[in-house]
Write a protein that binds this ligand. Sequence first.
Ligand SMILES: [Fe+2]
Ligand SMILES: [Fe+2]
Length: 273
Amino acid sequence: MNTQELMQIALDLVEFDAVPEDSAIYHPGADIRRLLFGLDVGTAELLLARQMGYDAVIAHHPVGVPHRSWRVFARHVDLMVGAGVPEAAARAAVAPRLAELRVGGQSRNYEQVPMAARCLGMPFLNVHCPLDELGRRVMQAAVDDALAAAPGAALNDVARALADLPAARRAETVVTVSLGDPAAPAGRVLVSHGALTNGGYAVARTCYDHGVDTVVYIHVAPGDLARLQTDGTGQLIVVGHLAGDAMGIEPYVDALRARGLVVDVLSQVLAAG
Ligand SMILES: [Fe+2]
Ligand SMILES: [Fe+2]
């Protein structure tokens, strides 16, 4: 298998017709049989892979595309509109952070890790948005099933449905009701994931203002949570970073293994085995 095919398998899992801006092949390669997957890959992990005899490395988080990955944050607009938020309000909520990410992306040394892969001759890519989109679908389906099984389900019931997923059960973090009364009805729930990073205060606030009762993030900055708590309205469930990312990474690793590849994962959470 080659690096192009490794990327294509991820795109096919979510019917994407192009590689999103937060994913890239940094050093192509072919005849790949044994590969190492990591949430975060730097030069150290590339050297580890070389030392342990792997043919290629796949990272989840973007490592060499900060100057363009910010565009993926705009997916928050689609997620919010899909949940019933008016498009103008969604765009207004997303714009400040989108601009921050765009400007911040100019400052980073985007070559550092990709150059290490080239020097080592180690095939290397990162697959981000397709796997998070996959995980979003897994989590939204679990939430929707819980709501369908028990109309009027409480916030706690929704949190439990997420916590029962295998990826969450492997994690040491706990799926947490971070905002709202756990016994209150969950109402309309948006799993907000797959848009580079969480939407912070503005996305959650705007959802609450437009009919979304509960937002699910995989992580949130403490300052954003504090602001939401100060507002005193809205409901938020936080899944946990590794658990949330595992929701989409595990099916991808399974798909690679089903094609006969040996895939070792630098994690006890992201995939079983
Ligand atoms: Fe992710
Ligand atoms: Fe992540």
